[in-house]
Every structure is written in structure tokens, then in C-alpha cells.
Write a protein that binds this ligand. Structure first.
Ligand code: GLN
Length: 191
């Protein structure tokens, strides 16, 4: 098994370290030719969604990645990655990959709360570390999207088929259970 991590911008190194903790090899996607490698799943890291979306298009990686996700490639997205997957970005005319049935609002937590750390329940996993860093908010989900986590009444993690997306960063902590959930429940289940 190999997990491809989009490595154009943002905290891709933390995601790689998390999978290495689970003894799962990763490869980086930095340019179009990297898409020819064999990989079983994709990680879209946090960072800046506008920059990531622009680079995906400029480097001509956009269409291939979108088609592979539409065909069922398992994908795990955090924060900016979730914005890339969302079918609608509120207060914005942009849509990036648009494969996930959610509407998001960027930078939805006020200035003072724009970054904070907490722990919460994710599916059946309790006390998971969750870091919110200028996080978006998931305001709407289409039917069929499963809600896996909420914080103060706001949806913070969802799954739709083989797409897993969260507004926080689990990868900045050392707790690898959410990455483990992705591997066992989505990647291995889809093989
Ligand atoms: N605010 C960023 C954006 O809009 C996301 C922040 C993050 O990924 N931590 O893309």
C-alpha cells in the first residue's frame, strides 16, 4: 500500500510523518509526472486552498486528480484540503475539485478563535486531538454525507463514500487513530 500526499504547499510533511508512524509508505505529488506512480489513496493537506487550487491547475494535475477521486480513489482531506473537495464555497465563486457534497465557509471562526486546540469524538474514537488553524466551517451536507465529528454544534468531520474530510488538523498531534481509521475503514475496505 502507498499513500500519495499532495505536496505543493501546506503541511504535507506532518501527514507523511503520521502515516510513517503507522508503517505505511507515502509518496509526494509535486508535479504532473508524479501522478503516474502507483498509489492507493490521496491526502490533501492543510495550507492555503486558493494557492493549492491555483497550483493544481497551473501544473495540470487538476483534471487527473478530480477524475481519480470521482472514480473512487480514497481521499483524506484536512482544512484547506476540505475546501478543495467541497462542491460549494460560501461567499466565494470558486469551486475546486468539487467532488464532496458539502458547502464550506472559509475562515469561519472569528479572529480570536481562528486557531485553537481541543479534543473531541471522531466517529467511535474518543478524545482525539483536534487543532483548528484558520479553519473553515462545514455549513451544509447533501443527504448521504455521514457526520463523524462536531465541535460546539459545528460539523468538523464528514465522510461521503471514499472521501473523508475534516476542518481541523489531526496530523499536527502524535495520535494516529484518525489516519488509522482512514486506512482500515476506507482504503483497505475499497481494495
Ligand atoms: N484558511 C485556509 C484556507 O482558506 C485553510 C487553513 C488551513 O488549512 N489550516 O485555505
Amino acid at each position: 500500500m502507498q499513500i500519495a500526499v499532495l505536496a505543493l504547499q501546506g503541511d504535507f510533511a506532518e501527514h507523511e510523518a503520521m502515516f510513517h508512524r503507522l508503517n505505511i509508505p507515502t509518496c509526494q505529488l509535486r508535479q504532473k509526472s508524479d501522478l503516474e506512480q502507483e498509489f492507493d489513496a490521496l491526502v490533501l493537506p492543510g495550507g492555503e486552498s486558493t494557492v493549492q487550487g491555483k497550483l493544481l491547475r497551473e501544473l495540470d494535475m487538476f483534471d487527473t486528480l478530480r477524475s481519480r477521486i470521482q472514480e473512487g480513489l480514497p481521499v483524506m482531506a484536512t482544512c484547506a484540503g476540505t475546501i478543495l473537495l467541497a462542491q460549494q464555497i460560501l461567499d466565494d465563486t470558486a469551486v475546486h475539485l468539487g467532488t464532496l457534497g458539502i458547502s464550506v465557509r472559509r475562515n469561519a471562526y472569528g479572529r480570536q478563535l481562528s486557531s485553537f486546540h481541543t479534543t473531541g469524538t471522531f466517529g467511535r474514537l474518543e478524545n482525539c486531538p483536534m487543532s483548528f488553524i484558520r479553519a473553515p466551517q462545514i455549513e451544509f451536507c447533501v443527504p448521504g454525507v455521514e457526520i463523524l465529528a462536531e465541535h460546539n454544534g459545528r460539523i468538523t468531520a464528514v465522510r461521503q463514500g471514499s472521501q473523508l474530510a475534516m476542518t481541523f488538523h489531526p496530523e499536527v498531534a502524535t495520535d494516529a487513530r484518525i489516519a488509522g481509521y482512514f486506512i482500515s475503514e476506507i482504503v483497505q475496505a475499497s481494495r
